[in-house]
Design a protein. Structure first.
Length: 583
């Protein structure tokens, strides 16, 4: 056939009509059907009335598309065996939704002044051809291809189109920096630019207000947009529910996700620039009752690693942490809830010990900070590159210091401990409420107590609490209610000064600006090591640590309240009541 081997830019003219040839002869010529199989089907047709094609498909001698293929050849529609997908202009699919293209198995191949050439798996659907004529505003010329070839072309062309959109995003942001807030996209025409400006304005506003997360939550009648600022959620605005699909699709395009998949969770990443600043956004979508819930973690990539004292560590805790960071071997865990700066603290420690005479390797998910002189590995579960497998590999690289982004399971915990026992200093994070619970958490994972006691050198527990805005904070006169919040057992220093939040333009009326660390440092002494071997509970370990001079989370938070750094209400909000235990 003249159509074989032609690419997208060399579409053959209509083939000569083959209407005189019978369907059986065409199937023999253009499919894998054999003469014996055809004769068997003809014999069945002579006994049982029915279409020859139906009989052949029932016997699994041909596929449904084989019938379409020969029918197209009969009426002169060219059949393409191959197409050079890279030569298809990605601009052609700009107005054709990907879900429509996949559902009807159609892909535009080339465009002229008067007609658009379109490949279809089934060219005998006039309603689809009518739709395409309305979309492209031109005469539609149809060629035939197999469904597999068309689906492959759809995936590759739309991926290229999405990538081109993302590459042009920086310029769009620079053009829309003067937007103070979201525009009303209900007034927009079919053009997608208003949706782009709307999404850009959301991200720009989040960066401007120093939000760490953007939450887009669809409900029955409207979509709620919320920011997490200084660890606290706040509603920003609402939009009618009908706008959600366009916004969701736009954000997925930016992250190079499948916009047609709305039934399964997806994760992605968006890299953009705003006013010269590199912004890294981690995207998560989850299907909920009324649509897809979207969460975007906003990270400003300034590659500036703060020092430990700049993060809020001070006094004995800071001295203990700096001393531990010089260890040659052992495991140091940083614990606390998600979003409370554990990774930032680990990198502050690594930055402090990062010298040419030390070989440092990290395993992270994802890589949030990039430091010159440190080898960093990105976890990838799709290829089984987990924390455990990566850690097993890097120990053969002979590192001095190893940082494991998170200890999630027994395998990772035991490998980290074994690495420390063979002369490596290991840093990692653990999800516990306080430092004293770390050993019991590891035992619950299945790690033997003697391994924990022999390798663990310290556990740092931390929280992030909001700092009062220096422009609007107001002196507070203590009353009985406040004293009750502080606790009857709390000794208030004579020079203590208390402030309360007010709210101003600088702090977006919240009364707080920025966050600082409160922490407790559990050193593994001989007495603590003995308690771990006995599998003592967290309360017993905490009492012993306090007796030996550990500054607890609550004590550190109170010291910052007494100095007017934060408020009583914020201390109560951030520090659990059960953390009074052991003091």
């Amino acid at each position: 056939m003249a159509s074989e081997g032609k690419n997208a830019l060399e579409i053959p003219r209509s083939a000569p009509s083959l209407v005189k040839e019978k369907i059986g002869e065409l199937l023999l010529k253009h499919t894998s059907l054999t003469k014996e199989q055809l004769q068997e089907a003809l014999d069945i047709q002579s006994r049982e009335p029915g279409l020859l094609g139906d009989i052949l498909m029932r016997k699994n001698y041909i596929h449904p598309h084989d019938i379409i293929k020969v029918a197209a050849l009969q009426v002169g529609i060219p059949f393409l065996h191959e197409v050079k997908v890279d030569e298809i202009d990605s601009q052609l699919v700009r107005d054709l939704p990907i879900n429509y293209a996949k559902m009807h198995e159609v892909i535009p191949l080339m465009d002229t002044n008067f007609q658009t050439v379109v490949a279809m798996s089934d060219p005998f659907r006039p309603h689809v051809i009518g739709d395409l004529s309305s979309i492209f505003k031109k005469e539609i010329r149809v060629v035939c291809m197999t469904p597999l070839k068309i689906q492959d072309a759809i995936n590759r062309v739309y991926e290229r189109a999405n990538r081109n959109l993302v590459e042009n995003l920086d310029q769009e942001f620079e053009e829309n920096l003067d937007l103070d807030g979201p525009i009303d996209i209900l007034d927009a025409s079919a053009d997608e630019a208003p949706v782009i400006r709307f999404v850009n304005s959301i991200i720009f506003r989040a960066v401007k207000e120093r939000a760490s997360d953007i939450h887009i939550e669809p409900y029955e009648r409207d979509t709620v947009y919320r920011f997490r600022v200084n660890g606290v959620m706040q509603e920003v605005f609402r939009q009618p529910k009908k706008t959600h699909a366009a916004v969701s699709s736009r954000i997925k395009v930016m992250a190079k996700l499948d916009i047609a998949e709305k039934r399964l969770p997806q994760d992605g990443r968006i890299k953009i620039k705003i006013a010269g600043k590199d912004i890294d956004i981690r995207l998560s979508t989850t299907p909920v009752q009324h649509g897809e819930r979207i969460v975007m973690r906003v990270l400003e990539k300034n590659n500036t690693i703060l020092q430990l004292d700049q993060l809020g560590f001070e006094g004995k805790t800071l001295r203990d942490l700096e001393e531990l960071s010089q260890r040659k071997h052992g495991v140091l865990y940083v614990t606390g809830p998600t979003g409370h700066g554990k990774t930032t603290t680990l990198f502050a420690i690594l930055n402090r010990i990062n010298n040419p005479d030390k070989m440092i390797i990290t395993v992270e998910d994802p890589v949030e900070y990039e430091i010159q002189g440190i080898s960093q590995i990105q976890v990838n579960s799709k290829i089984n590159l987990t924390f455990g497998t990566a850690l097993r590999s890097i120990l053969r690289q002979n590192p001095d210091v190893v940082m494991v982004g998170e200890t999630r399971d027994q395998e990772t915990a035991e490998m980290a401990i074994n690495a420390s026992l063979t002369g490596h200093f290991v840093l990692s994070t653990l999800h516990t409420n306080d430092a004293s619970s770390a050993s019991t958490r590891l035992i619950d994972m299945g790690v033997q107590p003697f391994l924990i006691s022999s390798s663990l050198v310290g556990v740092l527990a931390q929280r992030l609490i909001r700092v009062l805005c220096s422009e609007c904070k107001r002196l507070l006169k203590l009353n009985d209610f406040h004293r009750n919040l502080l606790g009857a057992e709390t000794t208030i220093p004579q020079d203590a000064i208390f402030f309360e939040p007010v709210g101003c333009v600088k702090c977006n009326e919240s009364g707080y600006s920025g966050r600082t660390n409160v922490a407790e440092m559990l050193l593994i002494t001989d007495e603590i090591r003995s308690l771990i071997l006995k599998q003592a509970d967290a309360s017993s370990i905490k009492k012993m640590a306090v007796k030996q001079g550990m500054v607890t989370l609550r004590t550190h938070a109170l010291s910052k309240v007494f100095r007017g750094i934060t408020s009583i209400d914020e201390m109560v909000r951030a520090i659990n009541d059960d953390e009074k235990q052991g003091e």
